[in-house]
Design a protein around this ligand. Structure first.
Ligand code: AQP
Length: 337
């Protein structure tokens, strides 16, 4: 892994029994590609998952499951650094420094926090959920990442990261790389199959609108075939007037590599039925081996643990160096050993 490559950093939460198509097309797929051209750090953000009070046993199992899915998707521990966030204690240590640098109002403006806290009510909303974007800032800055591959829903958090990096650098001298979001326009947002005006999401989507990669392939095919479209029959990409069909075209195009224009031509005069039937088959062809590979990694916990141990070691080497610079800059007295 050449160190002169630009660095990328990204994370995914172990908060579900399966990644969904939005996670995969919006984020993980890019991660796989970027390990070839970048010095890539990817993590399963288990500390972030605590903001929704998961069952402890389930959290542990889902953390393993997330790692297995990342490997099944094509992450290669020889080409990237793959680790679990809580294995690198520097994340919470730098987060404290970043908490102290963030304005209360600034954090309160984060739309994800506003949406989620409004949905679950003030009593169920933790300070952790409020501070989660600031932990994310620490996640990114620790690795001096140049780019952060995420879906569109994370753009505001990357902006906060940039602001805090610049603020720290301005106040204490150059310390952190100011990262840029890496958002692929075409797949930045995958929409719910039943409600194409909202993003596909594990918490907001009804089961019929959500394609989980580890679901039974037959059930997945059914969901694709019954995706909401419109009363017209013309297969055309138009996010405003035809959000449902456009979403299907995005998924089709990304999974197969065919251009949207090419697909519009291919389905001219054929109607939505043919498009949905073909796409259902394409999705099934993708998820079937994905499920098998995930299971193979889950069946070999020793290999998985050893991948994570190596990943944490590599990550800590970078994180410890950055944290020590930040501690020094803000004036914390170094401990003498
Ligand atoms: N629908 C989506 N389209 C494109 N990208 C998406 N991502 C999530 N949904 C979509 C991207 O997936 C990555 C992992 O994000 P995460 O671990 O934070 O997953 P999440 O946000 O918890 O997934 P959900 O389903 O969106 O969860 P809830 O419902 O809890 O908010 C990120 O890069 C994200 O952009």
């Amino acid at each position: 892994m050449a160190s002169d490559r630009p660095r990328v950093l990204s994370g995914i939460q172990p908060t579900s029994g399966s990644f969904h198509l939005g996670n995969y097309l919006g984020a993980v797929r890019q991660w796989v590609a970027l390990q070839e051209s970048h010095d890539a750090f990817y993590m399963v953000v288990d500390l972030h998952a605590l903001t929704i009070h998961p069952d402890p046993k389930e959290l542990r199992a889902r953390t393993r499951l997330a790692v297995a899915q990342l490997l099944a998707a094509g992450l290669d521990p020889e080409r990237c650094t793959l680790f679990v966030q809580s294995h690198v204690p520097e994340h919470t240590q730098l987060a404290w420094i970043m908490n102290c640098l963030t304005g209360f109002g600034e954090a309160a403006r984060m739309t994800q926090f506003k949406d989620k806290s409004a949905k679950q009510g003030a009593d169920r909303t933790s300070v952790g959920l409020f501070a989660y974007p600031i932990l994310q800032v620490a996640d990114i800055l620790l690795y001096q990442a140049n780019e952060v591959p995420v879906g569109e829903d994370q753009r505001q958090h990357i902006e906060l990261t940039r602001d805090l990096a610049e603020r720290f650098n301005g106040r204490y001298g150059d310390t952190f790389t100011v990262p840029a979001p890496y958002i692929l326009k075409e797949t930045a947002k995958i929409y719910d199959l039943q409600e194409p005006s909202i993003k596909m999401s594990k918490s907001a989507s009804a089961p019929k609108g959500l394609v989980n990669l580890l679901d039974e392939p037959k059930a997945t095919a059914k969901k694709v075939k019954s995706a909401v479209t419109d009363t017209d029959t013309v297969v055309r990409y138009d996010l405003v007037d035809k959000p449902g069909v456009s979403n299907l075209l995005t998924i089709y195009s990304t999974l197969t590599g065919a251009g949207i224009g090419e697909l519009e031509q291919r389905y001219e005069g054929k109607g939505y039925g043919a498009l949905k039937t073909d796409l259902a088959e394409i999705v099934v062809d993708f998820v079937t081996p994905f499920r098998e590979r995930t299971q193979q990694y889950l069946d070999d916990p020793e290999t998985l643990d050893s991948i994570l141990a190596k990943g944490a070691e590599k990550a800590r080497a970078v994180a410890a160096e950055t944290l020590s610079q930040a501690y020094d800059k803000v004036g914390l007295l170094p401990a003498k050993h």
